[in-house]
Design a protein around this ligand. Structure first.
Ligand SMILES: NC(=O)c1ccc[n+]([C@@H]2O[C@H](COP(=O)([O-])OP(=O)(O)OC[C@H]3O[C@@H](n4cnc5c(N)ncnc54)[C@H](O)[C@@H]3O)[C@@H](O)[C@H]2O)c1
Length: 450
């Protein structure tokens, strides 16, 4: 594919390998999000429910001029793997099969899970690469052992190869759905692929389990998306590997709940040049994710991801009088009675004309995994599409799904949900050989010629 044509052309002729055969979706971490995703797909396949929240299943794409009144379902417009062709697997430190894990997660009703018991019970997690120093508050028995981190990466590679063969898959994707690891700064071993590979052999403590999975995935040329905020493919070494082997990567941290609301509201306030003096966000959450996040190290990963959103949307350096002094605070409180049904409160102190203060209050009673499951589905299908389109390295067009979207070094990530959606839609139009839409609209008024 000739990406250099993008600038000068409004229409392209991109070659996409058809989505023939089975697509294996492998999930490190088979907890609430992963099992809600898998059970959801099985329910949709049987006509028991609708895939609400999924662009790949329900989204429409406008095509051509507004006067043409043309649009298509995304899944009809571009070649995507069908739900019937998906096949699931993964790794976890707990041995529960997906039916048992979903029942324990208590996100979906037991009556629905019981109807899906047969396919869900068949999916058993492979043994995990786990390191207590990265996730301190949980532990399980289903773990790999190895002399070096390189051995562990090789074992994950073998798992990937075996899964592909046994399930007769044409292609694979991996979406990290495991617990949030503790916050880490970039270390020397992350600076280049050569240093990373040396560090794997030397058991460098700065290489996390999630990076071992990511390395193994990339070595197997399997696209890798990171759903949690910890540093995984978010380092030069693994990005170098992704470019070298031409594998798509994306991350980090699924954009659901409170941050989704933030990336809807904050661009709206900024569009109208309303000032902001403070944004206080707090949550109660009672699932295992909440339990892991009760550890300050894991919470720090989440906090950094959640805090960066506002600053990058509001650009205080460009608008110092409106956004130069924002007090932004985020808290997550582990509160078991609520399970997966998180409640978030936001108090937003804004100011308007002549500096007069106003307040906005948001109380979002959401369901964490219900919001995350369609993201996992869309990422799996779009990452596979990226690979079949020969896009590789960072997939910025998938920023729509992430709290901390990956972008090329030196490039500010785009956080505004609507801009992210425009980018995603235009990328699909680009792949499908349709005209890109820039919303100028002057041709309708005879001011600019077509
Ligand atoms: N639900 C949301 O709205 C949302 C939003 C953004 C990010 N996330 C992230 O998604 C991830 C999953 O969330 P969840 O609610 O399913 O959590 P969960 O605790 O229910 O599931 C995570 C699973 O990962 C397993 N695990 C931990 N370390 C592992 C390892 N090294 N290898 C394999 N498995 C491992 C745990 O045993 C657990 O079963 C978390 O990192 C969370 O922060 C969730």
């Amino acid at each position: 594919m000739h990406l250099n044509k993008e600038k000068s052309m409004t229409k392209t002729n991109v070659k996409i390998t058809p989505a023939n055969g089975k697509l294996g979706v492998l999930l490190p971490g088979m907890g609430a999000v992963a099992t809600t995703f898998i059970a959801g797909v099985e329910a949709v396949k049987r006509g028991l429910a609708n895939p609400v929240g999924s662009l790949t299943q329900m989204g429409q794409l406008r095509l051509g001029k507004r006067s043409e009144n043309r649009s298509a379902m995304i899944k009809d417009f571009i070649s995507l793997a069908s739900l019937e062709n998906l096949c699931f697997g993964g790794w976890d430190i707990f041995e529960d099969n997906v039916y048992e894990a979903a029942s324990k997660a208590k996100v979906l009703e037991q009556t629905l899970l019981d109807q899906l018991k047969e396919p869900l019970s068949k999916i058993r997690p492979m043994s995990a690469v786990f390191d207590k120093s990265y996730i301190t508050l949980i532990d399980g028995k289903n773990k790999k052992t190895g002399k070096t981190k390189k051995d562990l990466a090789d074992q994950i590679r073998e798992d990937i190869q075996r899964f592909k063969k046994e399930n007769n898959c044409e292609r694979l994707v991996i979406v990290w759905c495991a617990s949030t690891e503790r916050y880490t700064e970039q270390a020397a071993c992350h600076e280049s692929l050569a240093k990373f590979e040396k560090a794997l052999l030397e058991n460098d403590p700065m290489i996390s389990p999630s990076q071992i999975y990511a390395y193994a995935a990339l070595m197997e040329r399997v696209p890798y998306a990171n759903g949690s905020p910890n540093r995984s493919v978010e380092c030069p070494a693994l990005q170098e590997l992704a470019r070298e082997l031409r594998v798509p990567i994306s991350g980090s941290d699924f954009k659901t709940g409170q941050t989704l609301m933030k990336t809807v509201l904050a661009p709206g306030l900024k569009s109208r040049l309303l000032g902001l003096s403070g944004w206080y966000s707090t949550n109660i959450l009672g699932n295992r994710d909440g339990e892991v996040l009760a550890d300050p190290g894991s919470f720090k990963s989440k906090e950094v991801s959640k805090l960066s959103v506002l600053e990058q949307i509001l650009e205080p350096e460009t608008y110092p009088s409106l956004y130069g002094d924002v007090h932004h605070q985020v808290q997550i409180n582990y509160y078991p009675p609520r399970g997966d049904n998180k409640e978030g409160w936001d108090n937003i102190d804004i100011f308007g004309w002549l500096g007069y203060p106003m307040q906005i209050k948001v109380n979002f009673l959401c369901r964490d995994s219900i919001l995350a499951a369609p993201i996992v589905l869309d990422l799996a299908l779009f990452m596979d599409l990226a690979q079949r389109t020969e896009l590789f390295g960072i997939q910025e067009w998938l920023s729509f799904y992430f709290k901390s979207p990956l972008a090329a070094p030196g490039l500010k990530p785009e956080h505004d949900l609507q801009v992210q959606l425009l980018k995603l839609h235009n990328t699909l139009r680009f792949m499908g050989g349709e005209e890109l839409i820039n919303h100028l609209g002057l041709t309708y008024y005879g001011i600019v010629e077509e």
